[in-house]
Design a protein around this ligand. Structure first.
Ligand SMILES: CC(C)[C@H](C(=O)O)[C@@H](O)C(=O)O
Ligand code: SF4
Length: 465
């Protein structure tokens, strides 16, 4: 029987199959961050259980930490405790911990791939919904809760039901100025926030094949925003090139052998999918959200929907969103004045994102009424950006180039968009108050964020390219 990549990874990791029920599955690797790991460690402590294999874990700090230069000093007591507790737990259990200035500190979903930990055919978990990012490597990766994390720490296994698989293909040509972020936003706005609930998405087709690993990560990262458990892409030459000679990658002497192993996970031709969706990207424009969930997004040259355009089931959600965002149905989204702009996060804080922004910001200035934060996803990205002189371009443009972390992606650390201020952001969630109580968020690609920060209003990047 022809099998898709999920069938193949599932079979490889199945320890005990239980028809129609939860099966026991092996988990190859888990990432830990300061927000969701403490209770899991505590559970083990309470029951006197040791960690089964500390080598299957790494830990880092990203959500609660400051992004100012002297970030080691954390003034917020709760954040300080979270960081210290993870540092302590990692040390106690012999788990590698990527601390400030270790060279590898950063957002968990950025450092896993950078270090070469994320590899095809693996199962990866983390107490974080955007674990789907790792799917770009042909990895079955998903977020779990804290009690599940305790299971994984203790046993290296999880109870899981085999997910259904949805095939998504982007048809057409990705034009200049249109990025992976625009494509995934288009999918989410087409199928809605629950459109992929109960499924893992496999992204296929030539448009995906042509993408770099960083673009693929952006796509997989946001799978969760349309309800999918995970998103993944078949590994190919681009994947293998990316993984070559990274710290945790297999040694180059084993390369041929490992590639043939990785290739064994690629979906068979004509394999079965529970559902198939095609997204037409012909002549599409950059995407931007107008509302308070990632599906409330439109092409930048179109009008904010009016009430009569939404289905009866969505009317209340529409009303709440438009009211909160202080916008009017029927108005243009392009030209909406903004106060803040943010480039960063596990969706769009990698080096290619920073290069795109630098290209747009070079020899230009951020609008005087706009605060632009550029926050690299990891220390690796920061170092690379400095090596390429991007930091100078950002500083000359008047942007604030900061230290790595989740930063303005969520108001859980010192970085916050003030109440009543409007921010265009390269992140993945525009929920009410996500970037700070009373703030307004518009999601877009890094290029659209950079272009908007120059004009002081929502602006298409096409005019800068
Ligand atoms: C804090 C964490 C649990 C959360 C998540 O799971 O996604 C965060 O990363 C987010 O993006 O909202
Ligand atoms: S960058 Fe944002 S989405 Fe990613 S892990 Fe951090 S808070 Fe979550």
């Amino acid at each position: 029987m022809q099998k898709n990549i999920v069938d193949k990874i599932w079979e490889k990791h199945l320890i005990n199959h239980s028809e129609g029920n939860f099966s026991i599955c092996g988990i190859d690797f888990s990432f830990l961050h300061e927000v969701t790991s403490a209770q899991a460690f505590q559970k083990l402590e309470d029951r006197g259980i040791a960690i089964m294999n500390p080598k299957q874990f790494i830990a880092t700090i990203d959500h609660s930490i400051p992004t100012r230069p002297n970030r080691n000093e954390i003034f917020d007591l709760a954040a300080k405790n979270q960081v210290e507790l993870l540092r302590h737990n990692a040390q106690k259990h012999d788990i590698p911990f990527f601390d400030f200035d270790s060279g590898h500190q950063g957002i968990v979903h950025a450092i896993g791939p950078e270090l070469g930990i994320t590899q095809p055919g693996m199962t990866i978990v983390c107490g974080d919904s955007h674990t789907a990012t790792h799917g770009a490597f042909g990895t079955l990766a998903f977020g779990i809760g804290t009690s599940e994390l305790a299971h994984v720490l203790a046993t290296g296994c999880l109870l899981l039901k085999k997910p259904k698989v949805m095939k998504v293909e982007f048809k057409g040509q990705k034009e200049e100025g249109i990025y992976a972020k625009d494509l995934i936003m288009k999918l989410i706005s087409t199928i809605g926030i629950g459109g992929a609930t109960g499924y893992v998405i496999e992204y296929t087709g030539q448009v995906i094949k042509n993408m770099s690993m960083e673009e693929r990560m952006t796509i997989c990262n946001m799978s969760i925003e349309c309800g999918a458990k995970a998103g993944l892409i078949n590994p190919d030459q681009t994947t293998y090139e990316y993984l070559k000679e990274r710290p945790f990658s297999p040694k180059i002497e084993q390369w041929e052998k490992i590639i043939s192993y990785w290739n064994s996970f690629v979906s068979d031709e004509n394999c079965f999918y529970d559902k198939e969706i095609i997204i037409d990207i012909f002549a599409m424009q950059p995407m931007v959200t107008w509302g308070t969930n990632p599906a409330q997004a439109i092409e930048i040259n179109s009008l904010i929907p009016t009430k009569i355009q939404v289905s009866p089931a969505e009317e209340i959600m529409y009303e709440n969103a438009i009211q909160y965002m202080q916008l009017n149905g029927g108005d243009k989204i392009e030209g909406t004045p903004i106060d803040w702009a943010f480039i960063g996060s596990c969706t769009n804080g990698r080096i290619e994102d920073l290069r795109i922004c630098a290209k747009i910001l070079k020899d230009r200035k951020v609008h005087p009424s706009v605060t632009l934060y550029i926050v690299p996803a990891s220390e690796g990205v920061l170092q690379q950006a400095k090596k390429e002189g991007l930091d100078f371009i950002f500083k000359n443009a008047g942007a604030d180039f900061r230290m790595p972390g989740c930063s303005l992606c969520l108001g859980m650390n010192d970085d916050k968009v003030p109440a009543g201020k409007r921010c265009i952001s390269s992140t993945n969630r525009n929920f009410v108050g996500r970037q700070g109580t009373g703030s307004y968020t518009h999601l877009a690609s890094p290029a659209t964020v950079a272009a908007s920060s120059i004009r002081g209003k929502i602006t298409s990047p096409l005019e800068f390219l």
